[in-house]
Design a protein around this ligand. Structure first.
Ligand SMILES: NC(=O)c1ccc[n+]([C@@H]2O[C@H](COP(=O)([O-])OP(=O)(O)OC[C@H]3O[C@@H](n4cnc5c(N)ncnc54)[C@H](OP(=O)(O)O)[C@@H]3O)[C@@H](O)[C@H]2O)c1
Length: 300
């Protein structure tokens, strides 16, 4: 089976690349072509159509996205071009070529006002431009494609790219360096936004496990699924877990999101309920604590 990976230089793209290489070494039946933005800009409709026609993938893994949530408030056109219009064209091309489209969406399609985690049945109501653009892509795919898997995930962290884990490590280094000169400022972390940290490597591994089934069975239960790390926590609790047992100790203080000057409004509770995924495929959602432990051992 031929697999086309788009946005291969991003956080999730690199996690897939890494695991696809491992599968290749195990003589997997996947033949893959991974393209970064430099190699294929998905907003270039001519280039995208030409690539799909030339490679004729059985599976398209779309990891390309505009993910700068705050910047998107000022750059809505650029955000929608990548996250919505290009995905609409990609969905049309996948339908034409009978390719399975695997798309990654977000907890930010929800308003975050529920006390309980969100299931796929709950109404969407994005609060920011990024969330609207990703929601619009979901709708376009469902309107056009017959073979699609949309995985809503959240709070991705990994050794790659920009993410909360790496930001915390960088700020902690700055805090420790500053402490040599004068009393260091503690790290302020939001304690009133709740979600599901998800290790990008876990997400990639589970999706590839499903795609191996697709390869064997020729179909899967297509649809929209929540697939995110469990259990849900706040950003502050996540930061505490990142720095647990770290020496020298890092000082973190919990703050309200009212004190955090981001341009985009974020949901207060966008925890995702993964029961549908688990019941449909018999695969448990990833546990972020175990992944974080391994990542810390590998990177700290
Ligand atoms: N990160 C999260 O916490 C999170 C949470 C929920 C869902 N998701 C979804 O998960 C997916 C992967 O996210 P991620 O964290 O891996 O994001 P990321 O690290 O920002 O990677 C996105 C990749 O897309 C590329 N890209 C941007 N515009 C493009 C274009 N026009 N054509 C081709 N490639 C383009 C970027 O290129 P450059 O490297 O050149 O910038 C980057 O390599 C996205 O669909 C995102 O919406 C992410």
């Amino acid at each position: 089976m031929k697999l086309l990976l788009l946005g291969s230089n991003g956080q999730l793209g690199q996690a897939f690349l890494h695991q696809l290489l491992q599968l290749q070494q195990q003589r997997s039946q996947f033949q893959s072509l991974a393209l970064s933005r430099n190699q294929l800009d998905i907003t270039d409709s001519v280039a995208l159509a030409a690539q799909m026609a030339a490679y004729r993938p059985d599976i398209v893994l779309n990891c390309a996205a505009y993910t700068a949530v705050d910047k998107a408030e000022q750059q809505a056109d650029a955000c929608f071009a990548v996250n919505s219009s290009a995905v609409q064209q990609l969905a049309t091309l996948c339908q034409q070529h009978n390719s399975l489209l695997v798309q990654f969406s977000t907890d930010y399609v929800f308003a975050g006002t529920r006390a309980q985690p969100y299931t796929e049945q709950q109404a969407t109501a994005p609060l920011n431009v990024y969330g609207h653009s990703k929601h619009s892509a979901e709708q376009a795919i469902q309107a056009v494609c017959s073979k699609y898997l949309i995985f809503r995930s959240s709070w991705l962290f990994s050794e790659y790219g920009h993410n909360f884990y790496r930001t915390m490590l960088r700020l902690a280094q700055q805090q420790l360096a500053a402490a040599e000169q004068s009393p260091a400022q503690p790290l302020s972390v939001v304690n009133d936004q709740f979600g599901c940290p998800t290790y990008a490597g876990d997400l990639a591994a589970i999706v590839l496990q499903l795609l191996q089934r697709y390869q064997q069975q020729g179909s899967l239960a297509y649809g929209v699924y929540h697939l995110a790390g469990q259990p849900a926590i706040s950003w502050y609790q996540f930061a505490k877990a990142i720095f647990a047992n770290q020496q020298p100790a890092i000082t973190i203080v919990p703050v309200s999101s009212a004190n955090y000057a981001g341009a985009a409004t974020r949901p207060a509770n966008s925890a995702l309920d993964c029961t549908k995924f688990c019941d449909t495929f018999g695969i448990a959602p990833p546990q972020w604590q175990a992944a974080l432990q391994q990542l810390k051992q590998a990177t700290l």
